[in-house]
Every structure is written in C-alpha cells, then in structure tokens.
Design a protein around this ligand. Sequence first.
Ligand code: C5P
Length: 408
Amino acid sequence: MHGLLAQKRVLLIIGGGIAAYKTPELIRQLKAAGADVRCVLTAGGAQFVTPLTLGSVSGEKVYESLFDLTDEAEMGHIRLSREADIVLVAPATADLIGKMAQGLANDLASTALLATDKPVMIAPAMNVQMWAHPATQRNMQTLQQDGIAVIGPETGDMACGETGPGRMSEPADIAAAIIAQIGPHTQRLAGKTALVTAGPTHEPIDPVRYIANRSSGKQGYAIAEALAALGAKTVLVSGPTHLTPPAQVTLEKVETAREMLAACEAYLPSDIAVMTAAVADWRSTNSTQSKIKKQAGNTPPALELTENPDILAHLAKHNQRPHLLVGFAAETDNIIEHAQAKLARKGCDWIVANDVSPETGVMGGGENTVHLIDAQGHEAWDKMSKAQVARQLADKMAAYFDNQDAAE
Ligand code: C5P
C-alpha cells in the first residue's frame, strides 16, 4: 500500500462510538499509504479517543469545535472540508448518519459534511438493533442515493455484548477502500465485464416456508466490489442477504437457483464469472401456492426434492462460456484433492477452495483461508479478511488478462 495515497489528504470525522478506539490505527494505516490525515473529533468521539492521541498519530492539529475562534480564523469548516480529497466518517454512528441524511449541521463534523464538495465515505458502527432499525436503514438508503460510499458494517461480536451486523470494518479494509476510491486508478480490468453470484438461494416449499442455508454473501459481495474497483463492469447476482450492495455494481436480486441461473444467462457474454453463491442443491418438487396446513393427528407431509441446476457447470458448457470462469469450493479435509476433482467435474478454470473446518470460523465470519487451484497447480494463501481475498483474486485476474493480452 506504500505511496498509494501520496499527496492525498483525508479528512477523518470521528463519531461517538466505541469503535473510535480503532481510529488511531486507521490513521496509522492511511499515513503508511502516504496520506495526510486531518481529524475532526465530535463531542461523542472525544469520550472514546483523546485529541492528544489523534494529534500525535496524525501529526496535525485536531479540530473539535465549530465555534472556536482560533480554529475558524486559522481554518474555517468550509476550507477544512474542501482541502481534503475525501471525507471519511469512522465510526459513523446512527446519530451522524441521521444528521447526514437530513442535512443537519449543528456541530463541526456535520457542518463540514454539508459543506464538502469531495467524495464522502462512511464506516458505520453501532449496536445491532440500532443498525437494523428502519430509521437507520431509511437514512442509509438516502445516503446511498446521495452517492455516499459505505464500507461495512461487519457482522460479529460487539462491545455491547450482542452479535450481528454493526461492527466497524477493520482499519486495513477501510484504508484499502480509501485507496480504491482516491488512489491511483490503474483500472487493470477496464473494458472487461464480470458476473458474480453471491449469497444463498431460497427454495420455496409453500408461500411461507423455504429451504435455505447459512451463506452470508460476504465473500461474493467483496469480490464484486474488488472487480468493480479495478474497472470491470460488474453485475452481482445475489440471493437474499442482509448486505449493503457495493457502489458501482449492478445488483440483480434473486431468490431461487433457477432465477439465479436465468439472471446469469441474461448477462452473458462476460469476460469473468465468479460463482460464490451457495446455491441450494435441491428444491421442493411441488412447491404449493397455498400454505400447507398442519392437521392434528396427521403425519407430517413428505418433502420431495428435485435437483437444482448447477449454475457453474451450466455456464462452463454454455455456448457463451465466460472467458475466465471461477468456482468456489467449501472443504473440510483433503482440500486440494477435492478442489482439483471439482475443477475437472465442473469444467471451470479456477477453484477458490476455502477451508471451512469449524476451527477456521469462516462461515459467516470476516476472514477466510483459501487455496487457489487451476489445471497447473495450486497456491495456498495466508489467512486474511474476505475483502483482502477478494482484492488478491481480482489482482490475479488482472494479471491473467495482462498475460493473455501480451500473448496475443
Ligand atoms: O458442488 P458444490 O456446491 O460444492 O460447488 C460449489 C461451486 O459451484 C460454487 O462455485 C457454487 O457457486 C457453484 N454452484 C452453482 N450451482 C449449484 C451448485 C453450486 O453454481 N447448483
């Protein structure tokens, strides 16, 4: 990441949440990439991290008050927000998000956010219920319509003792997202098209019941984001998830495997296709239009299952086969052998095999340990965040197309 943010200035607005404790590390990472970082600390933020810490790490004055005569004389809020190349809000609390959505401006942070003419990115962090609240979700929709980029939140254990979506993204991932937004745009996949599937599928049994699985969709969403960041025109075909779709990606929402297949076929031809979705293997043979009634004394209805189409295998044999077709394989043992067999069976070019043995915590978690397998061999990657796996995979694809172009 060295030098990727050279000459760039980040205005970091720190909201009042416990995740503020991660901001000195975030500043360190941004500075390591070459950025200058100037902080605006809200009154709430100052309860969690001190101006002295932020000033020491950033090496710059920390701005706290809108009505501070010296600050306004030295650097008005308008200049503060305009001199930056990007404004980053981390942590973005429910309160700050609400203020941004409404256009309120009653302190230095909200005023700078309203006055800026630069791209804005937010890293939300809050309690699970606060995040899920319709008011917050409504505000988030407004911010996305306003073109504000969002990173996270991640799902996991929270300081408040609850578990679910609401954790602020890790500093390394936020720094990478900033680089993707304002760093040198090598756009190594510019001119290429990419198709990504993600999430589970839901297979109806009747209008209220369905067969599903525990896929979160995180890895697929991260891959779509990473491909789009390299300039690929990216379509994300997603089963039901709770994730915020990445900016600059066309989202096609589907429920069933058959809908997912149809959506994928509609976007062919495609240079790249990455099938991360955990497609249900089976669907109910006769899903009914009316709810199946429980009847006292009767034996429960038998669920008869039919095999779903294998989207990856189908695309591999398609007359508009994607040029680089990548599948995923979740394995617990003999990872390489099983993945090599899957590569041959499915007819794809690469398999990304995840080690999903229970001790890895990969299912639903933020990290992944993967092997990349192709017809020539395999590579073991270190344990890293799903966002990093996605970026490394996108880089590999860019290198693959560079080689192809060089060979032509
Ligand atoms: O067969 P298995 O589910 O282990 O293979 C996993 C790979 O195949 C993943 O890339 C997944 O997205 C894809 N797949 C698919 N359609 C299916 C089943 C799996 O595209 N019906």
